[in-house]
Each structure stands twice: as structure tokens, then as C-alpha cells.
Design a protein around this ligand. Structure first.
Ligand SMILES: [Zn+2]
Length: 226
């Protein structure tokens, strides 16, 4: 089966992963993981990498981290950016914004797909989006925004949404409102996730039997930066 996990983490690259899926997009959370991910990618061509500093861990890097990130990205045209974002319920909002904007700028400047985490900060994120004329591919992971936020996001052509096991509990019916060509699936590095089950749930919600192929094609567009 053609299944690619669109959002996982460095520690999840285990033998279970290798028997379960055909590929994964692996996001770093701290700078110290960058080299580890490069090594994993060099040993397994089914692992695609997104590099960055997660909003929960902005305290682990100095504010000039973006110089090193830019250097790494410029040397590797297939490297993406993630996991980056803003989280209202975590400390250091000012530093979070500084880190997010630096990484967002790099993604725009180098035209790289980016993987976003946003909790309770949609007003800030949408405001930042509006400052740019052209946005590269953006994948919103574990999307939790309201209908108004979703409508704003869907105006952007290269916006994608990756769903984790909570897709099953899509009480707000966001999946109903998201076009088929914008849906991805993810484990977020959680070991008990069954990606096939998530696809089944989405197939039922969308009343679409060909969901495996559709999600695979969507993921391929991101990997080809198309
Ligand atoms: Zn994540």
C-alpha cells in the first residue's frame, strides 16, 4: 500500500515504522536533532526531512540559530522546514514569534515546504501570512482551527492539512470542508497510531473509496515541491 506518514519525529524512526509505511516526513523539534535526522536520511531514502525549532523548545537555541538553519537548507535543496509555529499555551511567546518569523522567512525565501504547529494563535499566524504575496507549500499539522480560520486558510493555494488519529473524532467536521486534494495523514511520532485506520475514517467521512491514492498523490506533490 502506498502510505506516507506526513508528520513524524526523529525518535519514531524504528523497525515498526519500517514495516508499516512506505515513507515518512520527519520533523525536528530542536537544533540538536538536525544532525541525527541527516544521518537517518542518509541511511534510509524513504525518510524525508524537515528541519527547524518547535515553538515548545525555543529556549534550547540561541536566536542566531537561523544562520545555521539557512546554511543547512542552502546546501540541501530537498530539505524542508518544520516543525515550526506558535502555541498560546506554552511560554516565551515573544521568542516563539521571533523564531517562527525567522523560519517562515527562510521557507518563503528558499521556497521550501513547511510544517506548522498552531495552537490558539491563528490570529497571529494569519496576520503573518498576509504579509507575503506568494507562500510556499504549508502543511498544517493536527488542524484545530474554527470554520472562519479554515475559510481564510483555504484561500491559499498551497495549503495542506494533515490529520492524526483524532480525525476519528472530527466533531467539528473540518474534514468535510477540506477539499480531497489537500488532505494528508500523520502519526506525529506516536507509536500506537494506525495510519490505515485514519485513512479508513477519512474515506468514510468523505465518502471516497480511493483515499489511499489521493493522499499518496497529495504527499508526493509536497515532496516534489509542486
Ligand atoms: Zn509534531
Amino acid at each position: 500500500m502506498k502510505i506516507i506518514d506526513a508528520h513524524t519525529h526523529v525518535d519514531y524512526i524504528t523497525p515498526e515504522f519500517q514495516s508499516g509505511v512506505d515513507g515518512c516526513i520527519c520533523c525536528t523539534t530542536i537544533e540538536a536533532e538536525w544532525n541525527k535526522l541527516v544521518e537517518i536520511m542518509n541511511n534510509d531514502n524513504r525518510v524525508y526531512g524537515a528541519f527547524g525549532v518547535h515553538p515548545w523548545f525555543v529556549d534550547t537555541s540561541k536566536s542566531d540559530f537561523d544562520v545555521r538553519l539557512k546554511n543547512l537548507l542552502e546546501r540541501n535543496s530537498n530539505y524542508m522546514i518544520g516543525e515550526i509555529g506558535l502555541d498560546k499555551y506554552k511560554p516565551n511567546m515573544e521568542k516563539q514569534i521571533d523564531f517562527f518569523i525567522k523560519q517562515f522567512n527562510l521557507a518563503v525565501q528558499l521556497k521550501r515546504p513547511m510544517f506548522l504547529h498552531c495552537v490558539g494563535a491563528w490570529d497571529k499566524i494569519l496576520h503573518i501570512f498576509k504579509q507575503y504575496k506568494d507562500l510556499p507549500i504549508i502543511v498544517l499539522h493536527a488542524f484545530n482551527g474554527n470554520e472562519n480560520v479554515l475559510n481564510n486558510l483555504l484561500k491559499y493555494q498551497k495549503m495542506y492539512f494533515s490529520f492524526d488519529k483524532n480525525a476519528v473524532y472530527d466533531r467539528n467536521q473540518r474534514i468535510h470542508q477540506i477539499p480531497l486534494n489537500k488532505i494528508l495523514i500523520e502519526s506525529d511520532g506516536k507509536k500506537d497510531v494506525n495510519l490505515i485506520k485514519i485513512i479508513d475514517e477519512i474515506s468514510k467521512i468523505k465518502n471516497e473509496s480511493n483515499m489511499v491514492d489521493i493522499i499518496y498523490d497529495n504527499t508526493q506533490r509536497i515532496l516534489k515541491n509542486g
